[in-house]
Design a binder for this molecule. Sequence first.
Ligand code: SF4
Ligand code: SF4
Length: 161
Amino acid sequence: MGSEFTCTLCGRCCNGFGRYITINQKIGGAYGCSLSLTKESFMAVLDPGRSDLFSDTSYQNEHPHACPFLRREDDERVICTIYRSRPVFCRDYLCCTGKVMRQDVLCGEMKGRRDLKTEDPGLQEEWICLKERYGSAADSDWKEEVRKALTTSGYKVIFYE
Ligand code: SF4
Ligand code: SF4
């Protein structure tokens, strides 16, 4: 069972980033940009072979708050056209921090620092108790307690590396 996060290229994490990422100027083949959330300035260069896709702004018409560099590649994939030169914030971002399995079936996805997306009512209830008891603990202690408690309840807990 893999312990690395696999991005499905759904594009959701970038759909609101038009509010924060601004293209300030075009300098030759590059774009001088800023990311207001972190006050980061960065130079973006389209990844090789992405010019035509970038010229098609239909995705922005459908998603007016999307990052200006986000494009739909096909029905399945929404991609970052400046992936190689994306800002540090985007490089560090992980939408899921781990998953909870039972008998090889995915029961829940851990998001952010202490959130869980699950359809399993028992797991949901146990998660709420865990958050109440250990939510303010250091990350390493929190992970340890989550792993211990959910393993005892018959789940397998995988934190992404
Ligand atoms: S990081 Fe997560 S939200 Fe963003 S595109 Fe990948 S799977 Fe979707
Ligand atoms: S720069 Fe790329 S990774 Fe960052 S928000 Fe825009 S599309 Fe997403």
